[in-house]
Design a protein around this ligand. Structure first.
Ligand code: TYD
Length: 137
């Protein structure tokens, strides 16, 4: 049986350079858990604001702190995970079916998300009770 995917940190390639380091991803990289279909980024987050508060039905994501620091909190219906992202060469893999909230954004931080599907509101669960109903056996 295939081991179910769980949230995990993936270390991305780094090219060190005294002029500034460089990190990259491409779809045929061995570590890539999916083919990237979309990228979006969140920035100018005011102090104390929270983003996310939704789950995806099918979309997979890689979340990267392209700048600064923030927390990603994940819930599978039973257990919470908390990740602090603050390294541009580290990506958090988030499978579908996890409730996510993002908070504790540092000033000037940039949250980059790479995802497996084009944007569709149909892929979102934005109501926590509805999310919990998807977990009921
Ligand atoms: P939303 O998913 O609610 O942001 P958060 O990550 O905080 O949950 O997205 C905010 C708005 O932006 C919402 O109206 C949908 C829109 N949006 C797009 O049009 N395309 C996208 O790729 C994303 C991620 C959001």
């Amino acid at each position: 049986m295939k081991t179910p995917d769980i949230p995990r940190l993936i270390e991305l390639p780094r090219i060190y350079d005294p002029r500034g380091n460089l990190t990259f991803v491409q779809n045929d990289d061995d570590f890539m858990p999916f083919k990237i279909e979309r990228a979006y980024w969140i920035y100018d987050v005011p102090a104390g604001a929270e983003r996310g508060s939704h789950a995806h039905i099918e979309a997979l994501s890689l979340i990267i702190a392209a700048g600064g620091s923030f927390n990603v909190n994940l819930f599978d219906g039973v257990k919470w995970w908390k990740f602090t992202l603050n390294r541009p060469f580290e990506a958090l893999f988030v499978p579908p079916g996890y409730w996510r909230t993002l908070d504790n954004f540092s000033s000037g931080s940039v949250c980059l998300s790479l995802t497996s599907l084009p944007y569709s509101e149909d892929d979102y669960i934005r109501d926590f009770d509805a999310f919990m109903r998807t977990k009921a056996v």
